[in-house]
Ligand binder design. Structure first.
Ligand SMILES: Nc1nc2c(ncn2[C@@H]2O[C@H](COP(=O)(O)OP(=O)(O)OP(=O)(O)O)[C@@H](O)[C@H]2O)c(=O)[nH]1
Ligand SMILES: [Mg+2]
Length: 355
């Protein structure tokens, strides 16, 4: 009887199964997911992609923006910007107003630009509790602030997010921001109408509304009129006076100042009417379309600046441009400006030699 032959030891652990790497989704795959019924997750992931600074993500994001621009929604969409100082009642307003809008059959997307919280996302947690009912509404998509701080900026990601929400079938887009820094201008520069929320306040300090912001508004609402009705009316009068000092609008639109309560819902139908009238009038005169057109041109400018800066930073971080390298240039030059000229000349040289 011959010895039993020892079976050869398996070369690989049989418990390990070969799993192919999942194929990365193409822009067309993602775009068709956005247009499917169950698009929420895809939309969330897409907006994250728009915020990414990774070169591969940026390329995919560009392809998605391109697809969205080439396949615009069939029905008209409306983009509403909302701003106001901290605590004025923006989230409370969006909860009440958003429910009305969604109740009318619109698909509503709420995007927030938060210039102050790049990483903490603190205000979003607050918003999720303040917009509890809206968050659960099947026709509503709420997206916390894109994180600030990387190149291309919050503005670029938000502009693209608006387009992709529309591609996913949302026809009413609210872009909200707290009135800090350049945020109001950014929101104004990417929406069809700008609603400024104010709250009852005395004389001098009209709740810190910055000069120039009043002029951006297409509609102004003094909130919390339930608690302080007289002060709200008084504030409305003072804002009206402030508006009279502003230059005349080229579009012949009269900016109304309403008193409302986001908490009780008083005055919200008047807001809806005003915004609908504004949209109708501006569309008829072709002004809404031209506003979007010039916003797209502004987007291009921002994009060029961002691309150039990205490119230049890459060049500066290059091995030859380490701190030592920069120091060497400085040592050879008599001034900062001449050192800067040397570096820039080198940079432009790389641009003419490399496509
Ligand atoms: N009485 C009254 N209180 C309101 C009204 N709207 C908002 N509030 C209250 O004001 C506080 C701030 O409201 P938010 O909706 O969080 O304000 P916000 O502008 O989103 O605040 P930030 O996100 O921090 O900038 C909350 O306590 C709200 O309940 C209103 O119409 N009437
Ligand atoms: Mg808020």
């Amino acid at each position: 009887m011959g010895k039993k032959k020892k079976s050869a030891a398996p070369a690989v652990n049989p418990n390990l199964r070969y799993r192919p790497e999942p194929r990365p989704l193409s822009a067309i795959d993602i775009f068709s997911r956005l247009q499917s019924k169950d698009h929420r997750r895809a939309l969330g992931q897409t907006i994250t992609l728009l915020e990414s600074a990774q070169p591969a993500d940026r390329q995919l994001a560009d392809e998605l923006i391109d697809l969205a621009e080439k396949n615009p929604p069939q029905l008209p969409t409306f983009r509403l910007g909302i701003s106001g100082t901290p605590g004025v009642g923006k989230s409370t307003f969006i909860e009440s107003y958003g429910l009305e809008v969604a109740g009318q059959g619109h698909k509503l997307a709420v995007l927030a630009i938060d210039p102050s919280s790049s990483l903490s996302g603190g205000s979003i947690l607050g918003d999720k509790t303040r917009m509890e009912e809206l968050t659960r509404h099947p026709n509503v998509f709420i997206r916390p602030s894109p994180s600030a701080g990387h190149l291309g900026g919050v503005g670029a990601a938000s502009r693209a997010a608006v387009l992709l929400c529309e591609a996913a079938g949302y026809d009413y887009i609210i872009v909200e921001t707290v009135g800090v820094g350049q945020a109001e201008w950014q929101v104004h520069g990417m929406t069809d109408a700008f609603l400024l929320l104010a709250q009852p306040a005395a004389g001098d300090d009209l709740q810190g509304i910055k000069r120039g912001i009043l002029e951006l508004a297409d509609l102004i609402a003094v909130n919390k009129a339930d608690r302080l009705p007289d002060a709200a009316k008084q504030t409305a009068l003072e804002l009206r006076r402030g508006l009279h000092l502003a230059p005349a609008r080229p579009d012949d639109w009269t900016v109304k100042i309403l008193t409302i309560s986001a908490l009780t819902g008083d005055g919200l139908p008047a807001i809806r009417e005003q915004l609908a009238e504004y949209a109708k009038k501006m569309t008829a005169a072709g002004l809404l379309q031209s506003r979007r057109k010039s916003q797209r041109a502004a987007w291009l400018r921002e994009r060029c600046e961002a691309d150039l800066l990205l490119d230049f930073r890459r060049f500066l971080n290059d091995q030859t441009r380490t701190t030592d390298g920069i120091q060497r240039i400085l040592d050879k030059q008599s001034s900062l400006s001449s050192a800067s000229n040397v570096i820039l000349a080198d940079f432009y040289k790389t641009k003419t030699t490399q496509p």
